[in-house]
Design a protein around this ligand. Structure first.
Ligand SMILES: *Cc1c(COP(=O)(O)O)cnc(C)c1O
Length: 227
C-alpha cells in the first residue's frame, strides 16, 4: 500500500464521535516521504524524536506543517525548536519545563504559548523516560501552570511496554487514562487549565487499543511509512 492509502486506512478507523489527532511519525524517513504524505494525503501534523532531524526537515518542508517533538529532549536543545515547535510530548522534569518556559518567552515570532504534554513512565522497560505516576501527581499538585506562563499544559503522553501481551498494554493505557481522570476530578482545586485534556498514546502496533482508553493523539510511524 502507498503512504496515502496507509494514512487513509488509519483515518478510517478513528472514532466518529470525537476528534483524534494523527501524528505521522517521520523519524528515520526522508523528507520526500513526508512530502508524499503532505501532498497526497493532506497530512499536516508530523512527529520527530530528535531535535536535529526535526530542525533539518523544518527548514525544507512547508511552513504550515505542525511539528511535534516526541523523543527525549535535553535542556540545551530547547532553544533550537522553541520558535516554531507546536507540541513537545516528552516533558519529564520540572527543570525541562523551566527551560521551555524561558525559551518560549524569548522566541522571536512566537505568539502562542508552547504546548507541552507531561510524559508518564508506565512501561516495564527501564529505558523509557518519563515521570512516575507519583512524580506526575506531585508536579501537578504544585500547579506549574501558575508559574510557567509561556507554556500551555495540554495533557499527558505515554508509551506502553513493547510487548505482544495485549492485557499488559491495556493495563498500562488504563493506568494513564485513570490518572487523567483523577486529575480532572480535582480540576477546581488544582486550578487546572481547560487545555489539560489530551492523551497522547498509541503507536503503530497499539493505537487501536489506546483509542479504546481515550487517546486523543496517536503517533504512528511505521504503519504509514514502511508497510
Ligand atoms: C517512533 C515512535 C513512535 C512511532 O512508532 P511506530 O511503531 O513506528 O508507529 C511513536 N512514539 C514515539 C515516542 C516514538 O519514538
Amino acid at each position: 500500500m502507498s503512504i496515502r492509502e496507509n494514512i487513509e486506512a488509519i483515518r478510517q478507523t478513528l472514532p466518529q464521535d470525537r476528534s483524534v489527532t494523527l501524528v505521522a511519525v517521520s523519524k528515520y524517513y526522508p523528507v520526500e516521504a513526508l512530502m508524499t504524505a503532505y501532498e497526497s494525503a493532506g497530512q499536516r501534523v508530523f512527529g520527530e524524536n530528535r531535535v536535529q532531524e526535526l530542525r533539518a526537515k523544518y527548514e525544507v518542508a512547508p511552513k504550515e506543517i505542525e511539528w511535534h517533538l516526541i523523543g527525549q529532549l535535553q535542556r540545551n536543545k530547547v532553544k533550537y525548536i522553541a520558535p516554531f515547535i507546536h507540541t513537545i510530548h516528552s516533558v519529564d522534569s520540572e527543570s525541562l519545563l523551566e527551560e521551555i518556559d524561558k525559551r518560549a518567552g524569548q522566541a522571536e515570532g512566537r505568539t502562542a504559548p508552547l504546548r507541552v504534554l507531561l510524559q508518564i513512565h508506565i512501561a516495564q522497560e527501564e529505558t523509557k523516560s518519563g515521570l512516575s505516576p507519583e512524580e506526575f501527581l506531585d508536579l501537578i499538585a504544585s500547579k506549574p501552570w501558575l508559574k510557567y506562563k509561556n507554556v500551555e499544559f495540554a495533557g499527558m503522553m505515554t508509551m506502553a511496554t513493547n510487548t505482544d501481551d495485549e492485557a499488559q498494554i491495556r493495563l498500562e493505557f488504563k493506568q494513564v487514562s485513570d490518572l487523567m481522570k483523577e486529575v480532572q476530578a480535582k480540576a477546581d482545586e488544582l486550578e487546572l487549565p481547560g487545555t489539560f485534556k489530551e492523551l497522547s498514546m498509541g503507536m503503530s502496533h497499539d493505537y487501536n487499543i489506546a483509542l479504546e482508553y481515550g487517546a486523543t493523539i496517536i503517533r504512528v510511524g511505521s504503519k504509514i511509512f514502511s508497510e
